[in-house]
Design a protein around this ligand. Sequence first.
Ligand code: SAM
Length: 140
Amino acid sequence: MEILKTRTGLLELLPKGIVIAELGVFEGAFSTQIKRIVKPSELYLVDVFSGRTMSGDKDGRHCKHIDLNTSYQTLTQVYSRDEHVHIIKPLKKNHEENVKIFEKELAYQGLSVIIPTRECIVSLNKRMREKFKEKKEEKV
Ligand SMILES: C[S@@+](CC[C@H](N)C(=O)[O-])C[C@H]1O[C@@H](n2cnc3c(N)ncnc32)[C@H](O)[C@@H]1O
């Protein structure tokens, strides 16, 4: 078994042009390295992109607290400069439009990035319950 010194070493071992999903993107620093080193044919960046979070070493060093909404805004600005990068809302009403985007990007031979974003179902349910409660109270 080989122990790699850095995580970029892992990226260097991966074949070029593969499909990659990074689960937990934080500020997107590793995403940039994935894009540069592996040159994936598709890159999916997944995060909750909502609220605040922290990342750091197990021993409590190098801790950084960030606002994931800001991270999302920055990442969408950075990636939307590329015509093969799409930030989509995977909702039923956008289905046809989203299918067209996927078809176009599947036909494209270079790197495509498709970032599906939608509100977390738990927070949506909570928001809807509160809205419903407010409306009910207004009626009384
Ligand atoms: C340690 S950071 C990721 C660091 C990043 N991969 C890098 O190497 O720079 C962990 C990230 O995972 C995200 N995360 C945690 N739980 C998640 C979940 N259930 N779904 C999506 N993202 C999640 C957090 O919001 C945070 O941005």
